[in-house]
Design a protein around this ligand. Sequence first.
Ligand SMILES: Cc1cc2nc3c(=O)[nH]c(=O)nc-3n(C[C@H](O)[C@H](O)[C@H](O)COP(=O)(O)OP(=O)(O)OC[C@H]3O[C@@H](n4cnc5c(N)ncnc54)[C@H](O)[C@@H]3O)c2cc1C
Length: 822
Amino acid sequence: MTGRGMTGRAHAADVMNRAAPEHHTLDAEIERIRREARRRFGSFVLDVANPGSHFRNKECRPLDNRVFEQAGGLGLMGFSLPPEIGGEGRDKLAWGVVVEEVARLSRDPGFAVLLDISVEITELILSSGTPELIETYVPDLVAGRRFGVQGAYESRDPYDYHSTARLEGDVWVLNGAKRFLAGARFADLFVLFLRDEASNDMLAFLVEKDDPGVTPVHMDTMGMHTMGLGQVILHDVRLPAARLVWRADALSELNTYARIRRTMSACGVLGALDGVIENCVNALDPRKRGGRRVLEYLNVERSVGEMRMLLQSARASVYRALDGTRSPDRDPYFDEYATVAKHHASECALRVGQLVMSLQGGEAYMSAFPWERFMRDILGLISGQGSQEMLLLQLGQRTIVDLEGKRVREEAAERAVSKLADGWWALHAAAHGGGEEYADAVAAVVSAAGLDTSDTFDAFEPAARGAVAALLERAHALVAAVRAGRPPEALPQGPEGLFEGRLARLAAGAWGLLACGVANETGLLARLLEPCTVREAAEDLLPPALAEGLLEALVAASVVRRDGEGRYVADEGLERVLIGGPRASAFTARLRRALDGGARLRDGKPVAGRESLTGCGGEAAALADVLVNSLLGRLEGLPELLDRPGAQVGCAAGDGGRSAVELARHIPFVPVLALEPEPVTLGTAGGDGEIRIRVDDGTGRTAAGFAARDFKEAGGFKEADRLALAWLPASGLPDPEQLRAAVGTATEALLPGGWLVLPCPLPPKRPLGAAAARLDLALAGGRTPADGEVEGALTAAGLGHVRTAWDDTALGVRLIAARRPA
Ligand SMILES: Cc1cc2nc3c(=O)[nH]c(=O)nc-3n(C[C@H](O)[C@H](O)[C@H](O)COP(=O)(O)OP(=O)(O)OC[C@H]3O[C@@H](n4cnc5c(N)ncnc54)[C@H](O)[C@@H]3O)c2cc1C
């Protein structure tokens, strides 16, 4: 049977299309509204608003404001205003499409913008909540009988206006001038933003053109001549208190206004662009040059193509902003999409203007044709509605704050998990029966946890100690059962109600860590990247009651939250450790090390290998990623050395090849020489990288002890190894002498100019966290070098450029780097 017969498919589109018959695209919705706008308002624009536009513009005469009354009669003014005040209540997406369509048909680019300004002014008045203002002005504005505009601009910062308002008794006295208002020459009302002389707060007032002391003044501009751009001068204008639009903080309200005005300006730009492109192509249609129609020249096709591309990309950003106006999550003051839309549409318009000028040749510069006017008008977009430059500044500031906030949330979330480990280790240390091996580290934890002061200790003995031991017994039994694939039906009893005071807090942390470790190992935590019910979270993973118990414990530990619908979702800061990848492996390794270390302290099992050391095993991928993607360019000369024929990367992690594999995956094509205490089989784990294993001489040294002697003898690095980079996790070197020896042999093996990089533990600053991290590492068979010890060893070996090249407090690791002099 042929493929076609088997599947009934005949064309690529049969497979590649993902059409869903019930799906309606945003474009389809917009197209429907566009048709409605054309049907309802098209002839009004073409027959009423357009005639005379060319000469009005030439004579710098503003629109006749009676045209707005006709627009009101047609329902244009009330299209998006609430039904309670006689509007149609359509959303802002629909209104934006109407503004675009009006601008497309209009010979007057300012007309659609003015319509929108009056609509937004109506909304500002509605938002005042002052019945007197609303009843007096709103009906006239909706009907288009009166026309309102906004004045804020003074060529100063918005918090620093010269124009002021002063309260005298119950009358406000306004003085000053607003220097740039669209529609000032024919508006009946102005919403003006002024500084309160008493408080310096920004206030807004509704001012009528006929209020005594108000003088609208004509202002000459480069373009937009029919828009009635002008100024408003205020001289001892006395207003009743009811004319105050909001009681305080009008700046925030101005930002809300700017947010929607930016979007609507951009809609006007779309319409103007669509119109000018069509007119431009139509005007070129009869034109011939060199005996051919210019529209057939490749360069002309290309320019028209560019204009179309600019229009479509402007549409994409503007429609997205319009769609965003319907989202309940929209920022009330700063709308990133609106800002992008205004900026991008304006830049597109400026470029289209340039292309039109170029395509139309000499006619482009003649006032009798519309092109030079288009060019002059759109130049107003450079500063109107927030200057292009300021929009970028705002976007930049916003982006930086958002990214910094994200980083802070991520670090805080990971730190919160590591803080749970404080309680875990405190309980294990307190319950530890004695034994020499970890005595100092255990005592340090008990002391840092405050469990050794006599009061606490008395309270702790003997019943509490028994309860702690029993709690840990239940915790480790749970881990063992889950790992053995026999999870219990429910979470065993936790610490609630068992302890008091400090011990209760530590026990709660310990239980949180247990829940986190189990949820992470079983995959339950990763499921919570999306909000889940208990059933969804548990499905095919764990018994529901156990999952629910774990989820509640995670909620209590603030690692997970329950949303309004009772679904569980992980703290958003944990996303980067739950989606997979190097950071997730490091997170998992850390939790596993705590669970395993706790078990080891209880039953004294020996250390299995070096995989749990800081910077090794599960943490290696994250560090190799940092090495290549953050540090490579900062370790001077390293990229060139790695390119050198015969150069190698040396890896002395000795963690069963796991670090070597990660280095080989991240630095393919350069062989990795891995020092291992025993032979290892790696398969194809290293990808493109070649890994050469060098094993020690098999004299039965402990894993931790192998490093120093092997470097010198059978299995260490040798001078002939030509290492461009040597990777040497410091936590695996048992004492300062062996650290110095390992650094010395690695240095001899480096090429001149080669780098030695040592992953080192970075304990938290809080005393209990630091003591717990030391105990944790000691139980994994490692050690935390003293402050300055590693740097001292590097300097003693004759290395230069010694520095902490990278650190991460959430991971608890830093990379110390040093360079062999060339
Ligand atoms: C066609 C048109 C219509 C308008 N209609 C109205 C209207 O109806 N009502 C109204 O109130 N206003 C109106 N304006 C004015 C408009 O709001 C302002 O021109 C606009 O906000 C820019 O303010 P600005 O002129 O003070 O320029 P600035 O804000 O001073 O910007 C100029 C440049 O200075 C730099 N700059 C300014 N501040 C900073 C800063 N904090 N940090 C770093 N750099 C900075 C930037 O490079 C910026 O590009 C209109 C303007 C035009 C062109």
